[in-house]
Design a protein around this ligand. Structure first.
Ligand SMILES: [Zn+2]
Length: 273
C-alpha cells in the first residue's frame, strides 16, 4: 500500500532562523521560516528575511546568511529572491541569475522556478500565501507568492504551466506545499473582493472558500488555492497546507496584525545536487 504523508511539515527550532521543514523528495531542501532565531530587533524581531521594510539591512543579510549556511550545510551558493508585484509572472532561474543575485532581486515576478542545483529560491510574505511546488521525479521546483491579487490572476496555475513548459513536468508529478498565511479566521475583505472571486470559473459550484458573519466577509486563501490547483489538474492528494494563520500566531510576521510595520518570513526551496 502506498504510504502517503498527510502532514509533511515539522518544526526545526534548533536552526537559526527557525523554520517549518517540508518533508520533500530526496535531493531537495525546502521550508518556511518563522520569527525566532534571527538578529533583527523591534518590530522586525527576530528573523526578518526581507529588505526594504524598514529593518537594518545588515541584520537582514545576517539572517539570510544564517539560513543559507544552516539549511544547506554549504551546498547552496546563493539565496535568490525577486521583486514581488502581486502578479502572475513566472521567472525561470538559470546560471546568469545565480551568478548575479543582485540583478535577480530587481526582477519583477511572483514565481521563481529552477532545475539548477546549488541555489535556494525564496519568496517573502507576511500574510500572503507562500507556495513551494516540486516535481517529485524530474528535479525541478518553484516558489510562489500568492496574495489575493496573485490568486485572482492564477499565479499558481501559471507556475504549473511553466513547470511543464520549462522542465516537462507533468501535473501528476507535482507536489504543492502551502505555508503560513493569514487564515479564513482573520482575513477580512470587502464584498467586492468576494464578488471578484465569485467570477472565477474554478470557484463555480464549490463552497468553503469564504465565510460571512456579522463582522463581514472573510476569505480563505489556502482554500481558494486548493480549488484553483484542482481546476488546473492537480490531484488534491498532492496538495499540503500547513494550516497556520500568521495573524493568529505571533511566531509569524503579519502585515495586518502588525499594522504594516513588520518583517517578512521566507518560503525557500533548493536542489542539493
Ligand atoms: Zn487567524
Amino acid at each position: 500500500m502506498k504510504q502517503e504523508l498527510k502532514y509533511p511539515f515539522s518544526l526545526d527550532n534548533q536552526s537559526r532562523p527557525a523554520y517549518l521543514r517540508v518533508a520533500a523528495p530526496p535531493a531537495l531542501v525546502a521550508g518556511f521560516t518563522l520569527r525566532p532565531g534571527g538578529v533583527s530587533r523591534g518590530p522586525f524581531a527576530t528573523a526578518n528575511m526581507g529588505y526594504g521594510v524598514g529593518d537594518d539591512e545588515r541584520a537582514v543579510t545576517e539572517n539570510r546568511l544564517r539560513l543559507l549556511q544552516g539549511v544547506g550545510g554549504g551546498r547552496f551558493s546563493a539565496l535568490l529572491t525577486c521583486r514581488q508585484v502581486h502578479g502572475n509572472c513566472c521567472h525561470v532561474v538559470g546560471r546568469r541569475d545565480i551568478d548575479d543575485p543582485g540583478a535577480t532581486a530587481l526582477l519583477e515576478a511572483d514565481a521563481l522556478l529552477t532545475a539548477e542545483p546549488g541555489v535556494l529560491l525564496g519568496i517573502l510574505t507576511a500574510d500572503c500565501l507562500p507556495l513551494i511546488m516540486v516535481d517529485k521525479k524530474a528535479r525541478a521546483l518553484a516558489v510562489i507568492h500568492a496574495g489575493w491579487r496573485g490568486l485572482e490572476q492564477g499565479v499558481a496555475a501559471a507556475a504549473l504551466t511553466e513547470m511543464k513548459r520549462s522542465f516537462a513536468s507533468p501535473v501528476e508529478d507535482i507536489l504543492v506545499y502551502a505555508g503560513p498565511a493569514i487564515g479564513g479566521c482573520c482575513f477580512a475583505v470587502g464584498a467586492e473582493v468576494i464578488e471578484r472571486f465569485q467570477k472565477l470559473p474554478e470557484l463555480k459550484g464549490v463552497a468553503g472558500w469564504y465565510c460571512k458573519d456579522d463582522s463581514g466577509f472573510r476569505l480563505d486563501l489556502p482554500a481558494v488555492q486548493k480549488y484553483q490547483l484542482q481546476a488546473a489538474g492537480l490531484d488534491l492528494e498532492n496538495f499540503f497546507a500547513v494550516d497556520i494563520c500568521t495573524y493568529c500566531h505571533d511566531f509569524c510576521f503579519s502585515y495586518r496584525r502588525d499594522h504594516a510595520i513588520t518583517g517578512r518570513q521566507l518560503a525557500f526551496a533548493g536542489l542539493t545536487a
